[in-house]
Design a protein around this ligand. Structure first.
Ligand SMILES: Nc1ncnc2c1ncn2[C@@H]1O[C@H](COP(=O)(O)OP(=O)(O)OP(=O)(O)O)[C@@H](O)[C@H]1O
Ligand SMILES: [Mg+2]
Length: 363
């Protein structure tokens, strides 16, 4: 068995745009092709997965999990609640069609130093071939309260609860965005699909950011981004104006962080509506619920967000509560049209944490 902490080497096929060159496919008998047969890792690249659990341990864990019930379905397969040695785990099962998504998500989760209390805790990845098809598993911590979207739909939150949720999301995002320099450092990472359905609520009523399958990493030495980016990959409703207009400068990593901040502003609006002050709350709604259809096209979103420059409305009664007032100001500063004018995750985190300072005795 490999020692924990050592680099793991994994082979995987890469698609043509990812390879950025012609593909050499084993099945083509030494003829260079532009397609890959995707069997036996034909056009293989070697990927290094640093610092995860040893692969054999990951596999052993995955193969001793007993699936309990399905808890959700997303674009890339199903999420199950499972039991491993009496512990609750979540298992995201991808179809072999989505092998690249499975691999990418596992790879991002195993980035050195990514672990943080407000980022979903990754446990293991496994690919299981039963002879007929391949099952791709991603095992993570299980959060019985489900997503922030589920949580806000189920009930309201107190002012304190709202601040706790908002601060924890900002902390997770600030960690993701931050580059830590040094051998035990981490690259800056942008999420690219931040939304209430991709944030989980833990038992202690704080959040964990999940679904890192679309994330991109920044190499600050070479100033490169680790995969070619199709800028329009996230969820249309949460896309920043520059993405909707196809005007994002994808060669600057900062652009991706700024687009995440726009989405964060929308998530804060969803949380704030459910905050109960003096018994008044708003019903749960998705951002732009009143302005676009349920599965909006890019064009629907572009018209509202870029052309009409509309944003979710901020109820008057939010002015009567300090925390809501601060959060409303933050939202506006997160969803500005110009990416450069938006706040950073660290700034948002600091502003909210000042709200949390317990009141000292009055002089
Ligand atoms: N670790 C987890 N613990 C508990 N529930 C989870 C966990 N991960 C996901 N879920 C539940 O499963 C649902 C489906 O997740 P998934 O990420 O596959 O899809 P989605 O976020 O709803 O849509 P999308 O495909 O756009 O990301 C989530 O909304 C959440 O309710
Ligand atoms: Mg999701």
């Amino acid at each position: 068995m490999l020692a924990n902490g050592r680099e793991e080497v994994v082979k995987s096929c890469v698609s043509l745009p990812e390879l950025n060159a012609q593909v050499f496919c084993h099945s083509s008998k030494n003829v260079t092709k532009t397609e890959c047969c995707y069997t036996d890792f034909c056009n293989n690249i070697t990927l290094r997965l640093p610092l995860g659990l040893p692969l054999l341990v990951q596999r052993t864990i995955a193969r001793t999990i007993v699936l309990q019930e399905i808890v959700g379905k997303g674009r890339f397969g199903e999420v199950w609640h499972g039991k491993w040695c009496g512990e609750d785990v979540a298992v995201k099962i991808f179809s072999s069609r989505d092998e690249r998504s499975w691999f990418r998500e596992a790879e991002i989760y195993q980035t050195v130093m990514l672990r943080h209390e407000n980022i979903l805790g990754f446990i293991a990845a496994d690919n299981k071939d039963n002879g007929t098809w391949t099952q791709l598993w991603l095992v993570s911590e299980y959060h019985e309260q489900g997503s922030l979207f589920d949580y806000l739909n189920r009930g309201t939150v107190t002012v304190q609860g709202m601040v706790r949720l908002a601060l924890s999301v900002a902390s997770g995002l600030a960690h993701l965005h931050m580059e830590i320099v040094g051998t035990q450092g981490k690259p800056a990472i942008a999420h690219r699909d931040l939304k209430s359905k991709n944030i989980l609520v833990k038992r202690n009523e704080t959040c964990a950011i999940a679904d890192l399958g679309l994330a991109v990493k920044h190499d600050s030495v070479l100033n490169t981004i680790d995969i070619p980016q199709n800028p329009r990959v996230g969820t249309r409703r949460y896309m920043a104006p520059e993405i909707l207009e196809d005007a994002m400068n994808t060669s600057i990593f900062e652009s991706f962080k700024r687009a995440d901040i726009y989405s964060l502003g929308l998530v804060y609006w969803e949380i704030a509506r459910r905050c109960s002050v003096g018994g008044i709350t708003e019903e749960y709604q998705l951002p732009y619920y009143d302005l676009v259809p349920s599965d909006p096209s890019i064009e629907d979103m572009r018209r509202v967000v870029c052309e009409q420059k509309l944003r979710p409305s901020i109820p008057n009664q939010w002015q009567s509560c300090e925390a809501l007032r601060v959060l409303a100001r933050l939202m506006r500063e997160c969803w500005r049209s110009s990416g450069a004018a938006r706040l950073t995750a660290l700034r948002v985190k600091k502003t909210i944490s000042q709200l949390c300072v317990p009141e000292g005795p009055k002089a």
